[in-house]
Each structure stands twice: as structure tokens, then as C-alpha cells.
Design a protein around this ligand. Structure first.
Ligand code: DGL
Length: 205
């Protein structure tokens, strides 16, 4: 077996990285993917950088031991807390990480006001600061950590009253500030896009 036949290792704190896996499958259907969801430790968002680095290092080693040729950190939180650390620990391994999509949002917004939903660890990390510095000039960003949302998605509550309440708490104040674009800075959040659309539509409609 040549290295090109080896799997791509993908990991997240839980099911969130499946939204990334879906894109990998669409764009590279010939690739084999090995997926690790760390549901023993989810959510990562409220944890310390050090803890997230330790979990990420262990999972990377697990995926490498099973022949992964490349590691996709399919988690904004682990990317923010551990991507630079992982590159230092495994200098011969290629890593692909996530960063909140502030760049396309800044290019799309007409009001110049953008909401960003992500976890506390993502907002605290140097990666987010660098994204804002590189792409956020001239745009006003409104951040929210959506406490509890990752847990709701892990439970499969994609459309419940509690999940809706979390999203309303995050989005209503942003809509009052006239945002017209929302960045989903956590790979779990695409699973609640239909609910987000309902919440946003109800406000603007
Ligand atoms: N999917 C992770 C992310 O992209 C979820 C974070 C968490 O476990 O809190 O940030």
C-alpha cells in the first residue's frame, strides 16, 4: 500500500467534525477517512488550552498509529488551542485546521456588521485574534459563545425549544445591532443551520 492509499485522519471533540467530513467526502470521494470524535471529553470549548492540547496530541498519535497520512483538526476550538502546538510536537506531519470564516463574512456583509458564534476557547486563542486582524478591518464583529449549544447538538436536539432559546439569546441582540451575516465558528453549528435560519428569519421578517 502506498502512502497515498493511507487514510486522512480527522478529529473533533464529538460529532461536529462530521460537517467537515461531509465536505471531504464530496470533494475527495476516493479518499479513505479515519474519524475520531472525542465524546468522552466534549465540550472542549470551556476547557483550558493545556487540556485541549493534551487531548489533541493523544488523538493525533492514535490516528498516526493507524497510518493517517495527514491530520485534519475538524474543530475550531482544537485548532485555536492546539494547532500550533501539534505542529511543534509532530514536525513531520501535515495538519489542516479550521478558522472562523471572518474573511468571507467581511466580503459579504452589506451592513458592515457580522455576528460570530464560536466557543470560549476559540475566542480566547491567538488564531481568532489573527483572523480578526487580517480580515476584520472595517467590519464590526459581535461575538457570542452560545453556552450549551454544543451539548444540545451532541444530544441530537437540533430543533428543540432549549436549542432555539440558546440561539435566540445569541442572535437577537446581534440582529438588533443590524448584523446581516453570521459566522459559524464551530464545526458543530452547521447542524443547526435550519434553526438559525428560522430564528433570523423571524426577527427580520
Ligand atoms: N466542533 C468544535 C468546534 O469547532 C466544538 C467545540 C466544543 O467541543 O466545545 O469548536
Amino acid at each position: 500500500m502506498s502512502i497515498s492509499d493511507n487514510p486522512i485522519g480527522v478529529f473533533d471533540s464529538g460529532v461536529g467534525g462530521l460537517s467537515v467530513l461531509r465536505s471531504i467526502r464530496e470533494q475527495m470521494p476516493e479518499e479513505t477517512v479515519l474519524y475520531f470524535g472525542d465524546q468522552g471529553h466534549v465540550p472542549y470549548g470551556p476547557r483550558s488550552m493545556e487540556q485541549i492540547q493534551n487531548f489533541s496530541e493523544g488523538i493525533t498519535q492514535f490516528l498516526l498509529d493507524r497510518g493517517s497520512k495527514l491530520i485534519v483538526v475538524a474543530c475550531n476550538t482544537a485548532s485555536a488551542a492546539a494547532l500550533a502546538y501539534l505542529r511543534g510536537r509532530f514536525p513531520d506531519v501535515s495538519f489542516v485546521g479550521m478558522e472562523p470564516a471572518v474573511k468571507p463574512a467581511a466580503e459579504t456583509t452589506k451592513t458592515g456588521r457580522v455576528g460570530v458564534l464560536a466557543t470560549p476557547a476559540t475566542f480566547q486563542g491567538a488564531l481568532y485574534a489573527s483572523v480578526v486582524e487580517r480580515f476584520g478591518a472595517g467590519v464590526e464583529l459581535f461575538q457570542h459563545t452560545c453556552p450549551g449549544l454544543v451539548g444540545q447538538i451532541e444530544k441530537g436536539e437540533l430543533d428543540s425549544a432549549n436549542t432555539r432559546a440558546i440561539l435566540e439569546d445569541a442572535l437577537y441582540p446581534m440582529l438588533e445591532k443590524n448584523i446581516d451575516t453570521v459566522v459559524l465558528g464551530c464545526t458543530h453549528y452547521p447542524f443547526v443551520i435550519p434553526l438559525i435560519q428560522q430564528v433570523v428569519g423571524k426577527m427580520s421578517g
